[in-house]
Ligand binder design. Structure first.
Ligand code: URA
Length: 464
């Protein structure tokens, strides 16, 4: 039982004094009866509340987006400093900031009393991406970007995980990271020889700062924003086959082609132009070779170039490409449940064979489909339809894992359930991935956790 004015505040109808006025003016009805006293206690979980003719639903949880201003600390209470909670008029019980921003950092701050959501967003294991707009003291250099994107020694036991850098101008970058170490962004920039002079958080998982919110202002999340934060773990009930895309879905390999371009051009003493990756996006292997030969006047033949790249990629697949966190445990889970497993990759069979050897995948996979075996590439459904046929499983009983939008579309067009997999290299498209796919996972542990087992392997303990 709670006071009526408090409940109306919690519903974000107005400030305490505004809702008191509404009540005393007879604008508020509870279970069809006008209540005129703000202090009347009612059961907020069952009451039908109407205010100014508009019905309000009881919300167990509150989710607020705050554009945090500088000068306030990310705590519930503090003896000396103003806190983010002090900015909220009549906060619900247990409302807390999700994670911390430094006192001088501004931008997206989620506040909620939904402890499970908070826990999920902050869990180090989930690696929820956070994007910051970082204003720097010195112009950013290529070397600095390269170290940030590889992993930085900030004096902790482990290097930072690879970050993603988008250059807005010389001294302003967007940095996406998937950890939440103490002062992480500032320490990363300091470690590469630069310095942060202004820091603003723009995004947390699928939630983006509403730029129309003034600093210090806040509002309830919309249904869509809330959806973008929900965990959407797929169910294996009724699933007879799981089909994986490889690069960016089953394994962390999207960095590899850029690295090959860097290594390859270096052989001819050429630096990697910033725009090259976007220039060749969507081109086939052959088209890329033709383009690069002309663009950089490469003396080798197209065939030699492709052979070189394949060899370089093969070495990376054999030695450095890791499976996505929890993927091996998920393969085990599927095997134990009698779920058939396949891959459907635009990559060549030869390259994928290196990954099979490196990670012992032949113990799990019964079908391997490659792009060259079908007429139309993704987003056409052909590769998934063909894999399901070989598996002998009807499409609606197949679950596909994909990291990019054309792949998600291909799985859906094949009539399958599709789970989007988070990957740093398609992080810009996360919201669209959420929308198009049936499910979304940060990592495969999300699924193995749901089924209870496979949690305590040595890899898992290291990862946690
Ligand atoms: N990294 C920092 O250095 N500070 C913040 O406030 C957030 C991330």
């Amino acid at each position: 039982m709670q006071r009526l004015d408090k409940i109306l505040c919690d519903l974000q109808i107005g400030t305490r004094s505004e809702v008191k006025k509404l009540i005393t003016k007879g604008q508020v009805q509870v279970n069809g009866e006008v209540l005129l006293r703000p202090e009347t206690r009612i059961d907020e979980t069952s009451a039908q509340i109407t205010c100014c003719g508009k019905p309000y639903r009881f919300q167990k949880y509150q989710y607020l987006m705050l554009n945090k201003p500088a000068g306030v600390v990310s705590a519930r209470e503090d003896r000396k400093e103003q806190t983010v909670l002090d900015l909220i008029e009549s906060p619900v019980k247990d409302l807390s900031p999700v994670g911390r921003l430094d006192k001088d950092t501004v931008g997206l701050m989620l506040l909620t009393n939904d402890g499970a959501l908070s826990h999920r967003l902050l869990s180090p294991r989930r690696h929820v991406a956070k994007t910051y707009e970082v204003t720097l003291q010195q112009p950013i250099t290529k070397d600095q970007v390269s170290v940030l994107e590889t992993g930085v020694d900030i004096g902790d036991e482990e290097l930072t995980m690879p970050a993603h850098v988008k250059i807005l101008n010389d001294t302003v970058i967007e940095l996406s990271i998937r950890e939440g170490r103490f002062h992480q962004v500032k320490r990363m920039l300091e470690a590469v020889g630069n310095r942060v002079i202004h820091l603003k958080r723009l995004r947390m998982g699928g939630l983006y700062l509403d730029e129309t919110l003034a600093e210090g202002a806040y509002r309830n999340l919309t249904e869509e924003e809330l959806l973008s934060l929900q965990e959407e773990t797929p169910s294996l009930e009724g699933i007879e086959a799981v089909i994986f895309d490889v690069d960016g879905s089953l394994c962390d390999s999207m960095w590899l082609w850029k690295q090959i371009d860097i290594d390859y051009l270096a052989k001819f003493d050429l630096p990697l132009p910033d725009s090259l990756q976007s220039e060749i996006e969507g081109m086939s292997f052959y088209q890329t070779a033709v383009y690069m030969k002309e663009r950089f006047a490469i003396p080798d033949s197209i065939e030699e170039m492709m052979k070189d790249w394949n060899e370089m990629a093969g070495t990376y697949y054999q030695t450095q490409v890791e499976l996505k966190p929890g993927a091996k445990e998920f393969l085990e889970l599927c095997k134990d449940r009698g779920i058939k497993l396949a891959v459907a990759t635009s990559n060549s069979r030869e390259l994928f064979s290196h990954l099979i050897v490196h990670h012992g995948l032949d113990a799990y996979l019964s079908v391997i489909k490659t792009g060259s075996e079908v007429v139309n590439g993704k987003p056409a459904p052909d590769i998934y339809v063909s894999a399901a046929k070989d598996l002998g499983v009807s499409p609606e009983k197949c679950l596909v894992f994909e990291d990019i939008i054309p792949g998600i579309k291909a799985g859906k067009a094949a009539g399958m359930k599709v789970c989007a997999v988070r990957d740093l290299y398609s992080i810009d498209q996360d919201l669209e991935k959420h929308r198009l796919a049936d499910y979304y996972i940060e990592d495969f542990y999300q699924i193995t956790d749901r089924y209870g087992a496979y949690g305590d392997t040595p890899e898992r303990r290291n990862y946690v």
